[in-house]
Write a protein that binds this ligand. Structure first.
Ligand code: C2E
Ligand code: MG
Ligand code: MG
Ligand code: MG
Length: 285
């Protein structure tokens, strides 16, 4: 197409490609200013203990309120933040926000309250990911390491790289815990599970979506749960949207569930209202 446009000074860029490139450049420029302009906020989604209905865990999910484009999905800007290295500053910001909320929720709701933050591979590898600064921040707040969980994806652990192993060991050494996010979608190798000290497996929502008795998804969930427990890990099911899914997962021994059935991710104040609203009520819903 570039050729047919003759003297196109953008070379082989078609108008569509050119526009995509410009959109991306604008996104990068906007993203650079977003932190200073206070355009990020954190959404919290409860992680529910299935056997009791108790809630003492939540996941922190970043939100970008763009002045013109409105709410931009993390699926759109996290990859760009990773490629440009901005993810490190953004990740530090969300960690500190989440830590301050944990302190509050430990005091007012549950002494063992825990919040997880997502750490993408670029973030894990580029930053001084022995996490001394994160741990120092927790200590300054008077919080133990186990008040925070770091969610990583299995791709990071695939090759059992010594550097990654060292970083993970240092992280666990502070008491902070580790979750494998989107478990089951990355790679077929399970060997990393014995090489690394992992606390939680999060079953990807694609296995939960069509969960039904005697289905292959049910078999996979059951197998993941048994395996995780034998290896000393707890299991969190993602994307729980129906009572039927919750009941099947609970019957299979799944420890925790997260999904729209319980609550959508909402800002801290609304999350707190949600917690208070169900305190004293029938917690097992
Ligand atoms: P994730 O860590 O696997 O987060 C779960 C995603 O599933 C969230 O999407 C959440 O809103 C969504 N979800 C929760 N319950 C349900 C449900 O019942 N049904 C359905 N269909 N979806 C549900 P979200 O917030 O758009 O985040 C997308 C991804 O962006 C996250 O996937 C994570 O990989 C990444 N992300 C989000 N915040 C951060 C962050 O602060 N740092 C980094 N590095 N990545 C982040
Ligand atoms: Mg996650
Ligand atoms: Mg996930
Ligand atoms: Mg994901």
């Amino acid at each position: 197409a570039a050729k047919s446009q003759g003297g196109n000074r953008y070379g082989y860029f078609t108008p569509a490609m050119q526009e995509a490139a410009q959109t991306r450049l604008r996104l990068i420029a906007d993203l650079r200013g977003a932190l200073a302009a206070d355009q990020f906020w954190v959404a919290y989604q409860p992680i529910v203990e299935l056997a009791t209905g108790a809630v003492y865990k939540a996941e922190a999910l970043i939100r970008w309120q763009h002045p013109v484009r409105g709410l931009v999905s993390p699926a759109q800007f996290i990859p760009v933040a990773e490629e440009t290295g901005m993810i490190v500053a953004i990740g530090d910001w969300i960690f500190r926000e989440a830590a301050r909320q944990v302190k509050r929720w430990r005091a007012m709701h549950h002494p063992a309250f825990q919040v997880s933050v997502n750490k993408s591979p670029a973030q894990f590898l580029s930053d001084d990911a022995d996490h001394p600064e994160w741990f120092e921040y927790l200590q300054a707040l008077g919080l133990p390491g186990e008040s925070m969980v770091v969610e990583i994806t299995e791709g990071l652990l695939l090759d059992g790289d010594a550097v990654i192993k060292g970083k993970l060991l240092a992280l666990r050494g502070t008491g902070m815990q580790v979750s494998i996010d989107d478990f089951g979608t990355g790679y077929s190798s399970l060997s990393y599970l014995k090489k690394f000290d992992i606390d939680y497996l999060k079953i990807d929502q694609s296995f939960v979506r069509n969960l039904a008795p005697n289905s292959s998804d049910m078999a996979l969930c059951e197998a993941i749960i048994v395996m995780a427990h034998k290896l000393g890990m707890k299991v969190i099911a993602e994307g729980v949207e129906t009572e039927a899914q919750r009941d099947l997962l609970a019957a299979a021994g799944c420890d925790y569930g997260q999904g729209y059935l319980f609550a959508k991710p909402v800002e801290a104040e609304a999350f707190e209202q949600w917690l208070l609203g169900r305190a004293g009520g029938a917690t097992a819903s």
